[in-house]
Design a protein around this ligand. Structure first.
Ligand SMILES: Cc1cc2nc3c(=O)[nH]c(=O)nc-3n(C[C@H](O)[C@H](O)[C@H](O)COP(=O)(O)OP(=O)(O)OC[C@H]3O[C@@H](n4cnc5c(N)ncnc54)[C@H](O)[C@@H]3O)c2cc1C
Length: 233
């Protein structure tokens, strides 16, 4: 690995929204201006403070941007009854967001750099893997990287073109499974984990998937210390 990342400073800042667009019918990507000294380690998240009828509420979002991207990007699933995401859904270009970060320890561990890495996500759980995988591949990580990602249907797939492009790296494999598609066999990420190689496993998404994947890995003999996860709920 060539580039070493320094421990970033945690900042509290006001960031202007430069772009807000739908990546899928229910997932929004915000692009936000950051102060000069904002930096992060791939896998970290930020907390945003939202005004809910006069009360300040805090919600956390993994950083979707790659470390070389100019702006902070967030990839957010808008929930029909979500208090925070319904506010986020109404944000417009030019609005200012109060942000704290970067935060969190869901980053590539030094020990992981010596063996293959398997990333497993569902839905917007793919978000921290975008900068993590980009960083590893572009910085000479030569062991195998396996991405296993699950969605309900085709229209929910995130960053598909980007991950397809990264398969130009011979050590990167990109696997998608759809649980409710009419056009393919309905499978969950749990159904397509194979190999159970001597790999470190990074898992991100909602807790039911995370614990189910963790139990499968433990049953197959993967040591607990080789499994890392970020829970969204
Ligand atoms: C470290 C961390 C990083 C996160 N990163 C992301 C991210 O990158 N993108 C993202 O979309 N969310 C992410 N989340 C989830 C996010 O913080 C909020 O919980 C989510 O946006 C719901 O907020 P809300 O106020 O709209 O819903 P609320 O009104 O607070 O609650 C709605 C309910 O939905 C559940 N829920 C939370 N997330 C989801 C989901 N994705 N799908 C279905 N149900 C859900 C909650 O458990 C809760 O029961 C992250 C959470 C954590 C802790």
């Amino acid at each position: 690995m060539e580039q070493q990342l320094k421990k970033p400073k945690i900042l509290k800042f006001e960031g202007k929204i430069l772009d807000a667009k739908n990546l899928t019918p229910s997932v929004k990507q915000l692009s936000i201006e950051t102060p000069e000294d904002f930096s992060f380690i791939p896998g970290q998240f930020v907390s945003i403070l939202l005004n809910n009828n006069g009360e300040e509420i805090k919600r956390s979002y993994s950083i979707a941007s790659r470390i070389d991207d100019k702006n902070l990007e967030l990839c957010i699933k808008i929930l029909e009854n979500g208090i925070g995401t319904q506010i986020i859904n109404k944000l417009k270009v030019g609005d200012i967001l109060k942000i704290i970060g970067p935060l969190g320890h869901f980053v590539i561990q030094d020990n992981s750099k010596e063996k293959p890495i398997t990333f497993i996500s569902t839905g917007t759980g793919i978000t921290p893997f975008r900068p993590m995988i980009d960083f590893l591949l572009k910085n000479g990580f030569s062991k195998k990287i396996i991405l296993i990602t699950g969605y309900k249907t085709e229209e929910e797939i995130l960053y598909d073109e980007e991950f397809k492009k990264l398969t130009n790296y011979p050590n990167f494999s990109y696997n998608i499974t759809l649980s409710r598609s009419e056009n393919s066999e309905k499978k969950y990420v749990q159904d397509i984990i194979t190999g159970f190689i001597n790999s470190d496993y990074y898992v991100c998404g909602l807790k039911d998937m995370i614990y189910s994947v963790r139990d499968i890995l433990l049953e197959k003999g993967i040591p607990r210390e080789n499994i890392f996860f970020e829970r969204y709920d």
